[in-house]
Ligand binder design. Structure first.
Ligand code: ATP
Length: 366
């Protein structure tokens, strides 16, 4: 059981700032996912927590103890790598039991065989204990790598893209296994991925990183339903959220966001001339008229089997509509769309931060 506090953590490599002053408080028993595109600094952040990369600034506390300069083996954390890093000449049993070797030297009472058997049963590896890694599937190798972490009974698990070498079907199955394992162990998991589906399906909270900085941290529902920026809005959700340029204006005390093909009433309020981006997710749009209006032209229709996605040009922007097949839309069709006003997101056109309606002040605030 472990709480991990990351305070203003920074890592520079020459001119590159890989991680730029990130603070995160990972509660005991959480499944925290570090999510972001390639190069955003998520592996560097995880490696600093593991003790494999020294920070150039900031602190890491483990259950209140400052471990910023502690050696990896003094941290009570187990890391699982994308590459699995198994010993090819050792059997599954020996690979899993490997971390116990040094421990047994210190404490001969440790029953390594019993511990390996226990871990193998948790992971369903009992029948594979005598095999070598080359005689295992990718999914089985991944489980052995997890087993080697598990056998140490660490306070927390640090996982760096552990599913990325698996094919799509196995990845989905292993996602469910990992969630189940987390539920049973009740340990802290910090998990790095660039895959938003992994993040949405497994995390108790998601930390979204961009260019070495923390864009937002929240539950999957929070980051999906109230993205803090256009970056988060665009990174999470497939097909991506539509973002359309518009400008705020008020007529007789009624505030609207108006753009080319865009008309969004925002209730009572005063605000003039501020440029915004109107965001709406594909599943929240429907064909027809309403208070919220988008007018565009069909550019492309995709058949997803049970559903269809129509991509539309709206003024200078793009928007996607997702609905049951068939949508009965053809390329070039002019289309009117609407949605529940509560589903419309507003972002600043400069900087992309979420704008929030503040009813008490009757304005739109950053
Ligand atoms: P990926 O998903 O591709 O692994 P990431 O989000 O994990 O990416 P990092 O590996 O943490 O990103 O890298 C963040 C930035 O730091 C990148 O610009 C990378 O090139 C740089 N970087 C990482 N490690 C080193 C290093 N040892 N030396 C120099 N630059 C590095």
């Amino acid at each position: 059981m472990s709480r991990i506090q990351i305070e203003g953590l920074t890592r520079r490599f020459g001119d590159v700032t890989a991680v730029d002053g990130i603070s995160l408080d990972v509660a005991d028993g959480e499944f925290l996912v570090l999510l972001g595109p390639s190069g955003c600094g998520k592996s560097t952040l995880l490696r600093m927590v593991a003790g494999l990369t020294p920070p150039t600034g900031g602190r890491i506390l483990l259950d209140g103890r400052d471990i910023t300069s502690a050696a990896p083996r003094e941290r009570d954390l187990a890391m699982v790598f994308q590459s699995y890093a198994l010993y090819p000449h050792l059997t599954v049993a020996k690979n899993i039991g490997f971390p116990l070797r040094t421990r047994r030297r210190r404490d001969p009472r440790i029953d390594a065989d019993a511990k390996v058997a226990e871990v193998a049963s948790v992971l369903g590896l009992e029948d594979l204990l005598d095999r070598r890694p080359k005689a295992l599937s990718g999914g089985q190798r991944q489980r052995v790598a997890l087993g080697r972490a598990l056998v140490r009974d660490p306070g927390a698990f640090l996982l760096d893209e552990p599913l990325s070498n698996l094919d799509a079907t196995l990845r989905t199955a292993t996602r469910a296994e990992l969630t189940d394992l987390h539920r049973r162990l009740r340990s802290t998991f910090v998990y790095v991925t660039h895959d938003q589906v992994e993040a949405m399906t497994m995390a108790t909270r998601i930390a979204v990183l961009n260019g070495g900085r923390l864009e937002q941290v929240g539950t999957p529902e929070e980051v999906y339903d109230a993205p803090a920026s256009t970056f988060v809005a665009g990174f999470i959700g497939s097909p991506a959220i539509g973002l359309l340029p518009a400008r705020l204006s008020s007529v007789d005390g009624a505030l609207r966001a108006v753009g080319d093909g865009v008309e969004v009433p925002l209730g009572a309020g005063e605000d003039h001339g501020r440029d915004v981006l109107v965001g709406v997710r594909p599943e929240h749009l429907r064909l027809g008229a309403g208070d919220v209006q988008f007018r565009g032209t069909v550019r492309h229709v995709e058949n997803l089997g049970g559903e269809e996605v129509a991509h539309l040009d709206v003024g200078a922007g793009r928007i996607a509509l997702r609905g049951p097949r068939p949508l009965d839309l053809a390329v070039g069709d002019p289309v009117a769309l609407t949605c529940d006003p509560a589903r419309v997101h507003l972002f600043s056109a400069t900087g992309g931060r979420r704008l929030v309606r503040t009813p008490s002040r009757d304005t739109v605030a950053a």
